[in-house]
Design a protein around this ligand. Structure first.
Ligand SMILES: [Fe+2]
Length: 169
């Protein structure tokens, strides 16, 4: 991919890391300090959507101890955070976890519940990173729509957002 980008004359530096699923392998990689990171030791991880695992806080604590900077992928998509709302994420936030929103969540691509919580997170300035979740062409079409939304524009103008150049042309 790096070669193709260069050949096409696109001025872009491509890095690859991972979105880690919270399982026993992830916990093992933390212990062994074998996580793939991007930028300044940022680690992106995701949780199961329905059941909140035990040990999330412990794993976060461990990551921070080892010098990693944890980013929780799409907090708006977890049912156990949607219902109680922002306060259920307060503990992680106070520990220093950063939050990455999927842009598509803002237009109800996943569900109205996800959209509602995504909007709340944006309105309260709780989002630090935005991602495209670009799996295929269908996602791309929706993404073009998402970046036109008022909430996406609000998010990009937020001082908190660390990658506000995602859709800069
Ligand atoms: Fe994910």
């Amino acid at each position: 991919m790096k070669t193709v980008i260069k050949q096409a004359g696109i001025n872009l530096e491509l890095e690859a890391a991972a979105e880690y699923y919270f399982d026993e392998f992830f916990l093992k990689y933390i212990q062994e300090e074998k996580l793939l990171t991007f930028g300044d030791k940022y680690v992106l991880f995701e949780l199961p959507t329905i059941n909140k695992p035990q040990q999330v806080e412990e794993a976060v604590f461990e990551m921070i101890l080892k010098g990693y900077k944890p980013i929780l992928a799409h907090p708006e998509r977890y049912s156990y955070y949607q219902e109680p709302g922002l306060q259920s994420l307060e503990k992680l936030k106070s520990m220093g976890v950063l939050f990455q929103l999927n842009a598509l969540s803002l237009i109800g691509f996943y569900s109205p519940r996800v959209q509602k919580f995504a909007t709340q997170l944006v309105k309260n300035n709780w989002i630090d990173w935005v991602g495209s979740d670009m799996h295929n062409h269908r996602y791309f079409e929706a993404f073009k729509q998402a970046i036109q939304s008022d909430n996406y524009q609000k998010l990009c103008s937020s001082e908190n957002l660390l990658n506000n150049t995602l859709t800069e042309l």
